[in-house]
Design a protein around this ligand. Structure first.
Ligand code: NAD
Length: 347
């Protein structure tokens, strides 16, 4: 695959392939842009069908981090890492140490953290080999609850903008994915009076949501056609596509998953359907905002992180308002706002 020719390449500053024979580590670290500061973004452990899929994923995620960090007002650039393989069989202490050495070799141009299939315990091992790690236990910790808070407030902003409602009482939300972020989001939604429809590949998570949160459980493919106000993608990306859009009854798409639009054109397609889309990297910035407070000279402060995450509500309102004024899709408007911030940044 010709890297420079890929649509997702988008002038990445650096793409590094890392491997370790003894542990079976195969990882790709992508540094998209460091205009605003060192690149920061989590590490995903995933059993990709092939290397090309992993490369595409890391490039898309890394570029997304540049935009996300800019829109969150952070002095950080965008980067991401993926470890290729089945986490169940491949995870080992030595593998994470090898990954830590690979991160360290970048000399602070990239800060890593947790993403799908990576825990704070895994990151503690990475930290034995490099200081360029955030999201550690005892400091900012698991970013999931902060991402959930930002997503919850993003849903509130979207409901206010689209439906004119100040609260979530009686609002029906279809949540796809009950992981670290998704479940915490569900708890907040129910506490605010919302009703849940949920799906996941994990039957235990579904049972728990049913027992604890009175959630209606549906099959994996049934989640799109539910009669709800909000569709909240909280599993993996690209779930907004031609097939799912034709099924959606929700008037709002607002969830924590990264890269929700299968293709850029789906931003316009969503608007044409009269759906309000909360751009993924704006609504799901809570985790990176929390983690970012660990990078730099000041000590980590959870209250400061919470206040910054709460600002996601205002940022989204700004995006929604500008999009409505300009008659443009929300994703396009957020991209332009992010590009303006990045262009004005200083190395
Ligand atoms: P997680 O691994 O804890 O949870 C993912 C959940 O999705 C799991 O319960 C899994 O069983 C479920 N799932 C997997 N495939 C599914 C499918 N096809 N249909 C339905 N459910 C499925 O991950 P997480 O940390 O909660 O992150 C969820 C999403 O949010 C990811 O896209 C991640 O990149 C994004 N995100 C996470 C954070 C964070 O702070 N953790 C921050 C920003 C964005």
């Amino acid at each position: 695959m010709a890297l420079f020719e890929l649509v997702d390449f988008d002038y990445h500053e650096q793409v590094v392939y890392c491997s370790d024979e003894q542990t079976g580590l195969k990882a790709i670290i992508a540094v998209h842009n460091t205009n605003l500061g060192p690149a920061a973004g989590g590490c995903r452990f995933w059993d990709y069908a092939n290397e090309d899929e992993a490369l595409k994923d890391v490039l898309r995620l890394s570029k997304g981090m540049t935009y996300k960090n800019a829109m969150a007002g952070l002095h950080l650039g965008g980067g991401k890492a993926v470890i290729i393989g089945n986490p169940k069989s491949l995870k080992s202490e030595e593998l994470f140490k090898a990954f830590g050495r690979a991160v360290n070799n970048l000399g602070g141009r990239y800060y890593t953290a947790e993403d799908v299939n990576i825990t704070t315990a895994d990151m503690a091992i990475v930290n034995q080999e490099t200081e360029f790690v955030s999201g550690l236990e005892g400091k900012s910790g698991n970013p999931g609850p902060f991402t959930a808070l930002g997503t919850f407030l993003g849903i509130k902003a979207a409901v206010k903008f689209k439906l004119g409602k100040d609260d979530l009482n009686g609002i029906r939300v279809a949540v796809q994915g009950l992981g670290s972020v998704g479940y915490s989001l569900c708890e907040k939604l129910v506490a605010a009076g919302a009703e849940l429809v949920v799906t996941d590949i994990n039957p235990e998570a579904l049972e728990r949501a049913h027992q604890e949160l009175n959630a209606k459980v549906v099959g994996l493919d049934e989640i799109y056609s539910q009669d709800v106000d909000v569709y909240a993608p909280c599993a993996l990306g690209a779930t907004i596509n031609d097939e799912t859009l034709s099924q959606l009854k929700a008037v709002i798409i607002a969830g924590c998953a990264n890269n929700q639009l299968a293709e850029a054109r789906h931003d316009q397609a969503v608007k044409d359907k009269g759906i309000l889309y909360a751009p993924d990297y704006v609504i799901n910035a809570g985790g990176i905002i929390n983690v970012a407070l660990e990078i730099g000279d000041e000590p980590y402060c959870a209250d400061k992180a919470t206040a910054l995450v709460e600002d996601i509500y205002n940022t989204l309102m700004d995006v929604f308002t500008k999009a409505a004024e300009q008659g443009l899709p929300t994703g396009q408007v957020a991209d332009q706002m992010a590009r303006d911030i990045i262009a004005n940044g200083h190395k």
